[in-house]
Design a protein around this ligand. Structure first.
Ligand code: V47
Length: 357
């Protein structure tokens, strides 16, 4: 087994580390060393820049055919807290954001039992006609797999139809934990790891860029996190289609796994740094400010993150319902610049494809 100093030297030389080396670094390296190594790796990719965008979310429904144990967002039909927007309401949400310089709309929700693929292609077309020139990053691989299977199409054909309707990119949600046994414990009904990876691989082959996530800090162990990162690194070696990786910290308010506590900020920073160090082929590591809160996001920039997501404009409920401090998440451009500057970097507005604006 290599000594920590040897592994650190390897990372400094920008050489790939294996799973045993990752485990050793993760467990034993002092926090300052992980910060130093992740920062050097971040600087090799994005120098002194930290990216953000002008975005908002549309969450069409919180009804869902699946019942994931970590989810605080889902409500059954008829529940007073369930919502199911009509197409008119969805159009209205888009119309309210006209003229604000928005470059991306992120559409995700529960996996609704009733809608067909045409409903989703129609939704994308309507949003695009209201906000022309705005990229649509839409639907987790789990939503996509369900709607495409229901339409009786192959993954490729389904994605092709969605792309034609204006789906420009796919967000990283639904990955949770790839290890099949842990997945079975936290979301037994949900689409499988193979489905998630299959949708992303097919998207990459069609030229649709995607993101990836991990849901960490619940019942998984370190080896499950490393296994998750390894499967992503392997797929990225094949396709090169992932833009960003977003570690998502399990938040424990209001869901069936609430008895599990939340991991510390120190563990969040180790997770971020190890993501940057291990995933040497995914260019961007996103510190999703809505989930961490603004103070931890600033700290995250010293641990390899080079993206903090966007302005949001109080349009997502997933994290406020799961216990995030910010009940009405919104970030001004001034705040973006302030946070990034305080961390010693230069804030750069980007579009969905990481072109600078
Ligand atoms: O897949 C659900 C997670 C994800 C909880 O691609 C929870 O740019 C923590 O994927 N505690 C959806 N996490 C959000 C997501 C995302 C967010 C921002 C940007 C992008 C991107 C993607 O939220 C789900 C699930 O992993 N989640 N419940 C919870 N209690």
């Amino acid at each position: 087994m290599r000594h920590i100093d040897d592994i650190a030297a390897k990372v400094r030389r920008a050489e790939r580390i294996d799973d045993a080396e990752a485990a050793r670094l993760w467990r034993e390296a002092p926090l300052w060393l992980l910060g130093e190594l992740a920062t050097a790796a971040k600087r090799r990719v994005s120098g002194d820049k930290v990216y953000y965008n002008r975005n908002f979310h549309i969450e069409p429904t919180n009804r869902c055919v699946f019942n994931c144990r970590f989810c605080s967002y889902r409500r059954p039909a008829g529940d007073p807290e369930a919502w199911d927007y009509t197409m008119d309401e969805i159009e209205q949400i888009a119309r309210e954001r006209q003229g604000k310089g928005i470059t991306e709309v992120h559409i995700v929700g529960g996996v609704h039992p009733d809608h067909g693929l045409d409903y989703y292609t129609d939704m994308i077309r309507r949003v695009k006609s209201i906000l022309p020139g705005t990229a649509v990053k839409a639907f987790t691989a789990i939503e996509l797999s369900y709607m495409i299977r229901k339409a009786g199409l192959t993954t490729e054909e389904g994605l092709r139809q969605l792309k034609q309707a204006g789906m420009d990119a796919i967000p990283g949600g639904g990955a949770e934990i790839f290890d099949e046994r842990i997945r079975q414990r936290i979301c037994p009904e949900k689409g499988s790891t193979a489905e998630w990876l299959g949708v992303h691989e097919a998207a990459h082959r069609l030229g649709i860029p995607t993101n990836a996530t991990i849901l960490y800090g619940h019942v998984e162990e370190l080896r499950h996190r490393i296994d998750h990162l390894r499967r992503l690194r392997e797929l990225q070696d094949l396709t090169g289609g992932f833009n960003a990786f977003i570690p998502l910290k399990y938040r424990n308010f209001g869901n069936p796994m609430s008895e599990i506590g939340e991991v510390s900020v120190i563990e969040d920073l180790r997770m971020l740094a190890m993501s940057r160090i291990y995933l040497d082929n995914i260019p961007h590591i996103k510190a999703y400010w809505v989930m961490y809160g603004k103070a931890t996001t600033e700290l995250a920039l010293a641990f390899g993150a080079d993206d903090i997501d966007g302005t949001i404009d109080d349009t997502t409920r997933i994290y406020s319902m799961a216990g995030a401090e910010d009940r009405k998440p919104s970030m001004s451009i001034d705040d973006m610049h302030r946070i990034v500057r305080a961390a010693g970097y230069r804030a750069v507005e980007r579009d969905t494809f990481y072109n600078e604006i």
